[in-house]
Write a protein that binds this ligand. Structure first.
Ligand code: ADP
Length: 392
């Protein structure tokens, strides 16, 4: 069936992207809640029809790892794209710093305001930012890799814009990709005002592209470019912030040079995962028994917050959840390193990534993504009110 504007009841705004607004809508004939993305274009109707035809392929994109497409239509010069509503929002909003967050935020684990640092263990646990444990990270990686492999094998398309804001989650525990580039015409017609202060482009895409991203050079790279972006997204989710240095957030040239010429990022070493205070990583001055800190179990947060509460330090670095040193497993490190090989021809394929011991282990494990999503949403909606991840 074809969706049109008259059938939709507009509800709240869900977010704003680089090129349009996303609103929650109710499709009255079916009583299905949807997310509707408005993309403003300056095009004649022939071109708009071409775009709608290209988008039609999305009706075949039916996979547990892909946000379902319900239909698209246009009104005047806007394309309206209706898709499955994902009630958790983006993975980025649940575990990464909002764009433009300053370095104080560091590892992405915020301290509660000073007045709120006392309380029972349960209260402290509620205040700590829910951690992305290794089983969760592996589940995100597996879902993304499966979604991307599906797009390639079943639809013959690559995603082209893999990043944590394009991974949506739900309180049912689903993790799905959205916003993939099926329409070359749509891609070319979008006036991107903000080519991104955080680039997920593989080195070969940066080297191969011309200054105007809308021409054909921009389109000529292969599916392994998505695998780079996948690895970078997983590192960002693990760290809680974009992996290239904060100095590059406001300097596109510095950032692109770092991607092309610098060392590829990886999962953080334990020391690197320290909170960043006044621009410098705080070292762990209490001689913690490291072995005790490496556990990656889901329930860890309680005891760590509890420990912290016994030694409150005035005017010191926020220790909330951030004194947790943790060790990512060698398998996890190896997996991301295989995505982040700078030479595209040596990068892993989807088959290799899914066959890797890290994701083999994921396939045999139960991971309670749903409860993490709920806790992370509660945290986001109290701590990010007013930011671009803003609470609703
Ligand atoms: P970007 O241009 O940064 O990729 P989008 O325009 O795709 O952003 O989306 C903006 C925001 O809208 C997302 O970060 C997300 O929070 C929200 N959003 C997008 N699609 C959906 C959806 N299907 N369900 C729920 N929220 C969504």
């Amino acid at each position: 069936f074809a969706i049109n504007m008259e059938q939709l009841k507009l509800e709240q705004e869900l977010g704003r992207g680089n090129y349009g607004t996303v609103k929650k809508v109710l499709h009255k004939p079916t009583n299905v809640e949807m997310a509707m993305k408005e993309i403003r274009l300056e095009l004649d109707s022939a071109k708009l029809n071409g775009i709608l035809m290209e988008l039609d392929i999305l009706h075949r994109a039916i996979s547990p790892h892909i946000v379902e497409f319900y239909g698209a239509f246009f009104v005047e010069s806007c394309v309206y794209y209706c898709m499955e509503y994902m009630d958790g929002g983006s993975l980025a909003s649940l575990c990464c710093d909002p764009p433009g967050a300053n370095v104080l935020v560091g590892s992405g684990r915020f301290a509660p305001p000073p007045g709120e640092r006392e309380g029972s263990e349960e209260q402290l646990e509620e205040m700590a930012k829910p951690r992305v444990t290794e089983p969760l990270l592996a589940r995100f990686a597996a879902s993304m890799a499966r979604g991307l492999k599906f797009l390639k094998d079943e639809l013959g398309v690559m995603h082209r814009d893999v990043k944590p804001t394009n991974v949506l989650v739900s309180t049912k525990g689903f993790i799905k990709l959205c916003d993939f580039g099926v329409s070359g015409q749509l891609e070319k017609s979008i006036a991107r005002t903000n080519v991104g202060c955080q680039s997920y482009m593989a080195p070969e895409r940066i080297k191969g592209s011309s200054p105007t991203p809308n021409d054909d050079a921009f389109m000529s790279y292969s599916v392994s470019a998505d695998i780079w972006s996948l690895g970078l997204s997983i590192v960002e989710v693990a760290r809680g912030r974009y992996p290239y240095p904060p100095e590059t957030y406001e300097n596109v040239f510095a950032q692109l040079s770092a991607i092309v010429d610098g060392e590829a990022p990886g999962l953080p070493d334990d020391e690197e995962d320290m909170p960043v205070v006044n621009g410098a990583a705080k070292s762990d001055d209490e001689d913690n028994d490291d072995e005790d800190d490496f556990k990656d179990a889901e329930e860890e947060v309680t005891s760590e917050s509890g420990e912290t509460a016994e030694t409150p330090k005035q005017n010191e670095a926020p220790a909330w959840g951030s004194e947790v040193t943790r060790k990512w497993s060698p398998e996890a490190r190896d997996w991301v390193n295989k995505c982040l090989i700078k030479n595209a021809s040596e990068r892993a394929s989807y088959a290799e990534l899914l066959d890797h011991p890290w994701l083999k282990a994921d396939a045999d494990r139960e991971v309670d993504t749903a409860s993490w999503v709920k806790r992370a949403m509660a945290w986001r909606d109290t701590h990010h009110r007013g930011s671009s991840w803003g609470g609703e």
